[in-house]
Design a protein around this ligand. Structure first.
Ligand code: HEM
Length: 297
């Protein structure tokens, strides 16, 4: 085909013909590998078949694939976030601020991707959802052990959250270990102590509940924000934490709005009051003094 008759392409451009003509010789792909007997290929390294095999709708409803895909995408991001938060906690505990900051920045970017995923899910209507809703029974994100791990790592901790994992001893044990260990905020507060900005007595010794605002901690953050040049790394850490909580709130808000669009005020598949429960969760504050400090400045 010559470039002259490329205009017959129904999409109007002449690009189809010219790209095809140049593909082998000019694009640089002529020596692309074709044999992978002694090496990983794309699919074998990334286990694409395994990954896609998890997409297994149980009804013939068209939108069930979308529903499964969005959950999977979110769980994959959660898995990365757990690694990054764990790394950040370990680095901060050892006083290595820079790698911790890099990891927290990555957490924020991943959270943004998670929040954007709702835009795709919102193309599903309540009628589409009802075509497959009954098929998955009691399954609910409320039982996501990765989501609970993230909440526990960040510091939102309530023992009732462990209950849905009673029949999964491995996940239960991992979550119990997390709920009893210092959270990201706990290690940040310990760093304030190491700088002499906070007395050790202000640190909590039991970790299995969500921390309440503490006047001593607030005072320490006020001194950081009043002299940012002197306390630059603590100030930088504080703003990274606020980024993470800000993004978490957005995720929650986008979730509850999508849920209301989909099921109104029906009971959730996980057995909670649904939107009413999710609205209450919106009020959870992870790093209370970092929000209060704004009022004090
Ligand atoms: C049609 C879409 C969705 C609906 C109608 C929906 C509905 C709900 C409801 C009603 C709850 C409260 C617990 C319960 O089930 O009783 C909940 C919790 C939850 N959902 Fe969804 N959800 C949807 C999509 C998603 C997606 C795509 C994810 C991504 C992983 C997700 C993750 C979660 C999580 C993590 C919770 C626990 C929140 C918490 O306890 O703070 N949901 N969902």
């Amino acid at each position: 085909m010559s470039a002259n008759n490329a205009g017959t392409c129904p999409f109007g451009g002449d690009s189809v013909a010219s790209v095809a003509a140049s593909s082998a010789s000019e694009t640089g792909a002529e020596n692309a590998h074709q044999s992978f007997k002694d090496s990983f290929s794309y699919s074998s390294y990334l286990r694409i078949e395994q990954l896609l095999s998890a997409q297994a709708p149980i009804t013939g409803a068209h939108d069930e694939s979308l529903f499964i895909t969005i959950h999977h995408v979110q769980e994959v991001w959660m898995s990365l976030i757990i690694k990054e938060l764990t790394g950040a906690i370990n680095h901060l505990g050892e006083g290595n601020f820079e790698p911790a900051m890099k990891m927290l920045a990555r957490v924020s970017r991943a959270q943004e991707q998670m929040s954007n995923a709702w835009e795709v899910l919102k193309t599903m209507t309540p009628a589409d959802y009802l075509e497959f809703r009954d098929a998955f029974g009691r399954a609910s994100g409320f039982q996501s052990w990765q989501y609970r791990s993230i909440e526990f790592l960040l510091g939102n901790r309530q023992r009732y959250m462990l209950k849905p994992f009673a029949e999964q001893p491995e996940h239960h044990a991992r979550l119990v270990a997390l709920i009893e260990s210092p959270s990201l905020y706990d290690v940040a507060l310990r760093a304030l102590c190491k700088r002499g900005l906070l007395a050790e007595s202000a640190l909590r010794i039991r970790f299995d509940e969500t921390p309440q605002a503490n006047a001593e901690v607030l005072k320490a953050w006020v001194s950081v924000y009043r002299d940012t040049a002197k306390h630059w790394d603590m100030y930088y850490l504080a703003e990274k934490l606020v980024d993470v909580e800000d993004n978490f709130r957005r995720w929650r808000f986008n979730h509850v709005t999508t849920v209301e669009r989909m099921i109104g005020h029906k009971i959730g598949s996980g057995g909670t009051t649904g939107v009413d429960y999710l609205r209450r969760v919106l009020d959870v504050v992870l790093f209370p003094e970092l929000w209060q400090v704004r009022t004090e400045l």
